[in-house]
Ligand binder design. Structure first.
Ligand code: HMG
Length: 427
């Protein structure tokens, strides 16, 4: 079925933690050839969270920047949906904290969506549907992907960690990208490729199986999307994928290339050259940040839009979203009309430029303190300064405590403890 192409993403903003570690430093600590991480997995660095950063602070920072840089009228935001698989509470959503911290109107729905790395795509679809239902009433929603990817120290997954948040303004004025008029293709299968039991702070994964599940879901959604839309391989200017580690996007592209070659029955241009044009330009930020779970696909989108071909306006981008467990979706978007106007405002390069690289002992100490801050219910002042204005101070009386600085201009954040936020929100 075709639908009118009149809704999508009006603005985007990215936040990454202030600290990172070079994968070569991690490899040295593990006694592993760094080429395995740099070339085998395709990463260069991964984000490391400080004890005063968590999925709430990252989400609030991304949303604050979005509101400030896109001149968003806070009273117009009628929905905040956070896609995350690293929620901080079993009941209270991250969206409530963000709503309080950035001072939105009480006439606003707030909730989280969860399905591993697919959560933000589910949130985007929900928000877009809600905007359409407004029937011209100019509904606007903020969708945020925020996650900390954390595996056991010394595990095969460890070099694929990362953290970050992407905030997206969804509306019927899709200046960044508009959803295509073709229905998305979805695929679900009950698999145990990656999961995190409630009692663990690190994910469990069946690594090789997860790669197979990802590629199977890609094949299904790609075939279904081409079948229902009538689009062809050459109709996509770029193909973007969920990026658990950059080499996975490479594997995904090669799989589509193989499928296309088989479909055509004639030789295709070499896969590597096509990858360099169609997918590689989207990966530079993921190479620096690592897996940010729900936001990984949208970090690739932000990276492409920020540093890709300047004449990208009107181009069709194919997006593959994958969440372990699993649910996947292939859909396409069309780049909006004022590409150059919003290009500098997404803030990916800016966020990366301010980072501090840490050594291995600091990485271990920071992750230990970070897990401890959230885990034991006690209150402690943070040791490391956060990179943003919102800081997670700890847990007091079983309530998470956040501190935010308030600037005199429109770029405002509220101070917020769970207790204070219970009565706040009137903006
Ligand atoms: P591993 O044990 O490091 O695997 O685990 P490996 O030994 O096969 O090595 C990886 C690659 O490095 C291989 O390349 C090696 O050849 C190469 P490939 O054959 O795959 O092309 N290599 C070298 N290259 C250069 N120089 C060397 C060298 N040595 C080896 N000296 C694995 C890798 C990805 C499984 C692991 O990191 C892991 O478990 N990661 C987490 C799971 C994951 O990311 N899965 C991806 C699909 S599932 C997904 O995307 C969802 C997810 O984001 C979660 C969610 O949905 O919420 C994870």
């Amino acid at each position: 079925m075709e639908r009118e192409c009149r809704f999508g993403i009006e603005g985007m903003s990215v936040h990454v933690p202030r600290h990172c570690i070079d994968l070569g430093t991690l490899a040295a600590a593990r006694g592993i050839d760094p080429a395995k991480y740099y070339e085998g997995l395709g990463g260069r660095r991964m984000a490391v969270v400080s004890p005063d950063e968590d999925p709430v602070t990252m989400a609030a920072e991304a949303a604050r920047r979005l509101v400030a840089r896109h001149d968003v009228d806070r009273s117009e935001i009628g929905m905040v949906v956070v896609g995350s698989e690293t929620g901080v509470d079993a009941a209270k959503p991250i969206a409530s904290y963000v709503h309080g911290l950035i001072g939105l109107s009480p006439q606003c729905r707030t909730f989280d969506t969860q399905h591993a790395c697919y959560g933000a795509t589910a949130a985007l679809q929900l928000a877009a549907g809600w905007c359409i239902q407004g029937n011209g009433s100019r509904r606007k929603a903020i969708v945020i992907a925020t996650d900390i990817a954390r595996y056991e120290v010394g595990s095969a997954g460890e070099p694929t960690q990362g953290a970050g948040a992407i905030a997206m303004l969804v509306s019927c004025e899709p200046r960044v990208v508009a959803f295509d008029r073709h229905d998305e293709a979805v695929f679900t299968q009950d698999v145990m490729d990656f999961w995190r039991p409630h009692y663990r702070s690190t994910a469990m994964v069946d690594g090789r199986h997860s790669l197979d599940c990802y590629l199977r879901a890609l094949e299904h959604t790609w075939d279904a999307y081409l079948g229902s839309s009538g689009l062809r391989f050459e109709d996509f200017r770029h193909l973007l994928f969920h990026v658990p580690f950059p080499k996975m996007a490479h594997k995904a592209f090669h799989r589509l290339h193989e499928l296309e070659a088989a479909r055509r029955g004639v030789a295709m241009p070499p896969a590597e050259a096509m990858f360099d044009t169609l997918t590689r330009p989207s990966l530079w930020a993921n190479v620096e940040v690592g897996n940010i779970y729900s936001g990984s696909l949208y970090l690739a989108l932000a990276g492409l839009l920020e540093q890709g071909d300047a004449a990208i306006e009107g181009a069709r981008l194919g997006l593959f979203s994958y969440g372990s467990g699993c649910c996947a979706e292939f859909y396409s978007v069309l780049v909006g009309p004022d590409a150059t106007a919003w290009r500098g405002r997404i803030g990916v390069a800016e966020a990366l430029a301010g980072r501090v690289e840490v050594d291995y002992p600091t990485y271990v100490e920071m992750r230990t303190r970070s897990e401890g801050m959230a885990g034991d219910g006690s209150f402690r002042e943070p040791v490391h300064p956060g990179n943003g204005r919102v800081r997670f101070l700890g847990v007091r009386d079983h309530r998470r405590v956040y501190q935010a600085h308030i600037s005199p201009g429109g770029d405002q954040l509220r101070s917020c403890t769970s207790r204070a936020c219970a009565g706040a929100g009137s903006g």
